[in-house]
Design a binder for this molecule. Structure first.
Ligand code: KIV
Ligand code: ZN
Length: 506
């Protein structure tokens, strides 16, 4: 590995999935992993195998399909976790087991109830055990940000001797300032002296995750752990797109350091993650926010027209954002449709193009102009499709007047059988959920509901995201996409149910 390469370790599928409400199903995780590989990330942390059979299965299936990036699986320093992590990535071409143990006084005393000497012993045993499955083992000192530097050195020395090749120094609670991180990484990097790669993993509790990651890079870190759109526990992790674009834009500072990221895949990756998780970056978010390249004031617009560089330090095309946004409509043929998908960076299989084209045609009958974001949403629906155990066929709603009796009649296909039923509710949405519960024989509890217009216009596509808990379990995401909001709502609810059924079958 070149000493100037900054390895990008993406943890969207693990720490990112720990964002409240960001859980994804296996098909969605596979599509994100494939896109991360296209983006050029060096390591994809695919999950925490011991967490559940569903998590294990998702990592296993990702490992079967990823052959350029390293696939990494996280484990506590516990034998059964490490075994599950190693087995989940067994079929990956390049695989890494990542073990972690807390090293801060507060975590050791209250959470682990372990003495520092016991922590070192456990860390060494875990690394040695992980090494029996793969050479590529990473060790993380959880809460390193609040750990004593002298103790960190002892731990690092011990795990290097046990065979760890990457040493991660997470600021788990996002406590440190950039100058502090810089100084700590410099001291640890000098101490390690090339015996292993120093990695950082910064959380954003004080809004400093990216600044801290850059400070670490300037002081010897050669791997950064980050997520798309900065997703992650609480205030999130360091945003991949911001770290990468800083390194690229400020080569006057960072050269000869570089990353393997193809920056033109940043926008498509960000879009895919937000479509799947339903978590849109804030509009003013750097690099991928909706307003990141919007110039509102006349003076700025005038400047940009005369010379883009007056107010733009990054070109939208650098991150794969095409401003032309060609509009398709009902007269656009399969060829124009496929061309547009290709220029948006999608390489779909023929049957996927055909199915997406059918959906495009249906949409074009009801929506005059179809924008790039509509196409992205259509394709995301297509590629993350899960088996349709229950399929929505028709939905009819009536009487939404004040004082009326809202009711919903529905036809659902289940194993080649069409089932029709109707229910009344406190509102049309309540009636829709009730009738679906009755037809499908479940009782879902709606935890969250969100609707967004995908593009512009009164006839915009509605993208509905629901989070539903079945049998008192963890909320499951369902997506619906239609010009009719209530139809999209029913699709989303049934989608969550299908996801739940597929996970139960694992
Ligand atoms: O924030 C953290 O400390 C982590 C570790 C598991 C790497 O996510
Ligand atoms: Zn973390």
């Amino acid at each position: 590995m070149s000493k100037n390469l900054i390895k990008i370790f993406d943890t969207t599928l693990r720490d990112g999935e720990q964002s409240p409400g960001a859980s994804m199903n296996t098909e969605e995780k596979i599509q994100i992993a494939l896109q991360l590989q296209k983006l050029g990330v060096d390591v994809i942390e695919a999950g925490f195998a011991a967490a559940s059979p569903g998590d294990f299965d998702a990592i296993r299936r990702i490992s079967e399909q990823i052959d350029k990036s390293t696939v990494c699986s996280l484990a506590r320093c516990v034998e059964k976790d490490i075994k599950a992590a190693a087995e989940s990535i067994a079929s990956a071409k390049y695989r890494r087991v990542h073990v972690f143990l807390a090293t801060s006084p507060i975590h050791m005393e209250y959470k682990l109830k372990m003495k520092p000497s016991e922590v070192i012993k456990r860390a060494v045993e875990a690394v040695q055990y992980a090494k029996s499955f793969t050479d590529d083992v990473e060790f993380s000192c959880e809460d390193a940000g609040r750990s004593e530097i002298s103790f960190l050195k002892e731990v690092l020395d011990a795990v290097i001797n046990a065979g760890a090749l990457t040493l991660n120094i997470p600021d788990t609670v996002g406590y440190r300032l950039p100058n502090e991180i810089g100084a700590r990484i410099k001291e640890l990097s000098d101490f390690v002296n090339g015996r292993a790669v120093i990695s950082v993993h910064n959380h954003n509790d004080l809004g400093l995750a990216v600044a801290n990651s850059l400070a670490a890079i300037e002081n010897g870190a050669r791997q950064v752990e980050c997520t798309i759109n900065g997703l992650g526990e609480r205030a999130g992790n360091a945003a991949l797109e911001e770290i990468v674009m800083n390194i690229k834009t400020r080569q006057d500072i960072f050269a000869p350091l570089y990353t393997n990221i193809n920056t033109k895949e940043i926008y498509p990756t960000s879009k895919l993650v937000s479509l799947i998780t339903g978590i849109e970056p804030q509009p003013n978010k750097a690099i991928v926010g909706k307003n990141a390249f919007a110039h509102e004031s006349g003076i700025h617009q005038d400047g940009v027209l005369k010379n883009k560089e007056t107010y733009e330090i990054i070109q939208p095309s650098d991150i794969g954002l095409d401003r032309n946004n060609l509009v398709l409509g009902k007269h656009s043929g399969r060829h124009a449709f496929k061309d547009r998908l290709q220029s948006l960076g999608y390489t779909l299989k023929d049957e996927e193009v055909n199915e997406a084209f059918e959906k495009f045609k249906l949409l074009a009958d009801r929506k005059k102009e179809i924008f790039d974001d509509d196409l992205r949403a259509l394709v995301a629906e297509e590629i993350t499709k899960i088996p349709q155990i229950f399929e929505l066929i028709t939905l009819q709603l009536s009487d939404c007047n004040p004082g009326g009796v809202p009711n919903a009649a529905i036809t659902i296909r289940h194993h080649d059988q069409l089932i029709t039923d109707a229910a009344i509710g406190n509102g049309t949405m309540d009636a829709v959920f009730k009738v679906i519960d009755r037809v499908c024989g479940v009782g879902g509890e709606l935890k969250d509901y969100k609707v967004d217009a995908v593009s512009q216009g009164k006839d915009a596509l509605a993208k509905v995201i629901v989070k539903v808990a079945f049998d008192g379990g963890k909320p499951i995401i369902g997506h619906g996409l239609n010009v009719d909001t209530m139809y999209a709502t029913a699709q989303a609810y049934i989608g969550a149910l299908n996801s739940y059924m597929s996970m139960k079958q694992v």
